[in-house]
Design a protein around this ligand. Structure first.
Ligand SMILES: Nc1ncnc2c1ncn2[C@@H]1O[C@H](COP(=O)(O)OP(=O)(O)O)[C@@H](O)[C@H]1O
Ligand SMILES: [Mg+2]
Length: 232
């Protein structure tokens, strides 16, 4: 592969294995997983509970270290970085959305979305308009001053999505973002993600149980018995 192609990969995961040692036993969650995600591409990862989806996503996001293999994010081997360097890299290049929103309860929607900017050292006068614009984009322009407790489940996930996008990351990693929502609300989030996918250069990697969501995103991969296989 030429350098040009290599650097256009947002995620380049080569022969990654994750094992856990439990006393004398070694538990292999998956082995020799390779996955390449290009700029602007969306990938869904499906698989039964316990298959290792969250473990894989944590590796792709630099939150966990592979037992063997290499992971490059935007051309960078994140495990060569210091802990602080890795945190800074994640803040600038990646966004995260989880099943539970993880918003700060004492902060408004706007403040929650501004937080990754503040962590990256951006002054509030610059962060505020970005956060406002994103909250408008996810349909919450009228909810800027609401705290998480004053929002519905779907609205909280919209805030979490806006927060994940505020630093214009190359890639957003999502772990079952609709897993905690009813079908109708989940459909709204699915449509929003489709819209964001079509109108930004951001790559999305999503773990989901929802096959409609998975198929609507494009490439679907299944994690099964420690292997990642293309879903027919
Ligand atoms: N810290 C850990 N120590 C030992 N085993 C773990 C740890 N974290 C996850 N596992 C095991 O890894 C497997 C995959 O877990 P996970 O990635 O959470 O699956 P999924 O997200 O697909 O439901 C499970 O069998 C789980 O018990
Ligand atoms: Mg999981």
């Amino acid at each position: 592969m030429s350098d040009g192609q290599t650097t256009s990969l947002v995620i380049d995961c080569q022969k990654v294995t994750r094992t856990y040692s439990e006393g004398p036993e070694t538990l292999t969650i998956f082995s020799d997983i390779s996955l390449q995600v290009k700029a602007g591409e969306t990938v869904a990862i499906v698989g039964s509970s316990g298959a290792g989806k969250t473990t894989l996503l944590n590796l792709l996001g630099g939150l966990d270290r592979p037992s063997s293999g290499h992971i490059r994010i935007c051309g960078k081997d994140i495990h060569q970085l210091s802990e602080a360097g890795r945190a800074r890299f994640r803040n600038q290049h990646l966004g995260f959305v989880y099943q539970f929103h993880h918003l700060l309860p004492e902060f408004t929607a706007l403040e929650n979305v501004m937080l990754p900017c503040a962590l990256g050292g951006m002054p509030p006068r610059q962060a505020r308009p970005k956060a406002e614009q994103l909250l408008q984009r996810v349909g919450l322009g009228e909810r800027l001053r609401h705290k998480p407790g004053e929002l519905s489940g779907g609205e909280r996930q919209r805030v979490a999505i806006a927060r994940a996008l505020v630093n214009s990351p190359e890639c957003v990693l999502m772990d079952e973002p609709t897993g905690n929502l009813d079908e109708h609300t989940g459909e709204g989030i699915r449509a929003l993600i489709g819209d964001l996918r079509d109108n930004s250069g951001t790559s999305f990697i999503m773990v989901t149980h929802d096959m409609t969501m998975a198929r609507s995103l494009g490439r679907v991969l299944r994690l099964e018995q420690g292997r990642l296989v293309q879903e027919a």
